[in-house]
Design a protein around this ligand. Structure first.
Ligand code: HMG
Ligand code: MG
Length: 298
């Protein structure tokens, strides 16, 4: 069966904007964050405290958080790769962070300039210090179903990386299909592999990019396997500058349209959200890749 309610983890301001050619002005980002919360999203990944040369689109993280008016019931997690990033996030008053690991050697090197093992050594002090400060820590695992350089990825390797992040103290794992190659059978197999290894399904979230048009089907499959937290991006923005052939995330509008139809609660107002993505598309100078946004506002 399907869950009665799904928590949407909105990643547009981070995964979406990190991949745009243009650097969006900080006041536009702040309006985006406000409009997403107005539309009923309660978890909005705001930005990344990564090296500004690696992701110049998000180099304004300090300024963004300084301008953000906190709202009751809304959390604004940020990406943090290392202790330098954690120092910056703590100084900005952040309460929720996400570390991001790779399931493959090649992407660990391309995205983090580390080996599989040395990425773990980088994350360990981040998680222990963050937990000691009372922060909530999410762990992403990228390339869970395929890697542009290495091809298919063994579910056992993904489970091993994910278990290490949970053992470090992450409260949740987000399983990333960074390049959008998974199909429903692969999704079921990986969720089952985690449960077989003793990970409660309540600790899992899914993060699908829509490169091959499978993101929504894959999400529904994950929900049928007990997952209740889903990552998506308003208007379908997104991608990873360090992963070849990564396109946008599952569009939040496409997800909400589907879940509304299935009677699964999200708390999101689809009209307000589509207005927001149509507005953002004008700011970015290109139409939203979301089918639902185009159908409603095209
Ligand atoms: P590095 O070059 O190995 O860094 O990069 P380093 O540790 O050798 O440090 C070099 C210099 O950078 C030092 O300065 C550090 O202080 C500075 P120096 O002493 O030479 O003057 N530095 C920093 N400055 C500001 N903030 C920091 C920071 N760290 C070091 N945080 C590093 C390693 C991890 C920093 C780099 O590789 C990086 O920033 N990578 C981030 C890449 C990224 O953001 N990718 C996109 C997000 S992941 C994604 O999109 C996938 C996801 O959506 C899930 C999915 O779809 O699968 C999450
Ligand atoms: Mg992503």
């Amino acid at each position: 069966g399907l869950p009665g309610r799904v928590t949407i983890w909105e990643v547009g301001p981070r995964d979406g904007l990190q991949n745009e050619d243009t650097v969006v002005p900080v006041d536009v980002k702040l309006e985006f964050l406000d409009r997403l919360a107005d539309a009923g999203l309660t978890t909005v990944e705001a930005t990344s405290f990564v090296h500004p040369k690696w992701v110049p689109q998000l180099a304004d993280a300090e300024e963004l958080l300084a301008g953000l008016t906190p709202r009751d019931g809304v959390r604004y997690p940020v990406l943090v790769p290392n202790e330098r990033g954690l120092d910056r996030a703590l100084a900005a008053g952040v309460r929720h962070i996400a570390i991001f690991a790779s399931a493959t050697e090649t992407f660990a090197s391309r995205n983090l300039n580390r080996t599989l093992d040395s990425q773990m050594a980088m994350f360990e002090p981040v998680v222990s210090r963050a937990v000691a400060e009372g922060l909530d820590v999410r762990g992403y695992v990228s390339m869970c179903w395929g890697d542009p350089w290495e091809g298919a990825v063994d579910p056992a390797a993904v489970v091993s990386v994910g278990r290490r992040l949970l053992d470090m103290g992450c409260s949740q794992l987000s399983l990333g299909d960074t390049i959008g190659v998974a199909t429903t059978g692969h999704v079921a197999a990986l969720v089952d592999a985690f449960t077989a290894a003793g990970t409660p399904v309540s600790a899992l979230a899914v993060h699908f990019h829509d490169t091959y048009g499978q993101a929504l089907a894959n999400t529904v499959e994950a929900l049928r396997h007990g997952v209740t937290t889903v990552d998506s991006s308003a208007g379908g923005l997104g991608g990873c500058p360090y992963a070849e052939s990564a396109t946008g995330n599952l569009a939040t509008e496409d997800l909400v349209w589907c879940l509304d139809g299935l009677g699964v609660e999200t708390g999101v107002d689809l009209d307000k959200l589509a207005d927001t993505s149509a507005w953002m598309a004008t700011r970015l100078g290109r139409p939203s890749p979301s089918r639902v946004v185009r159908a409603l506002r095209g």
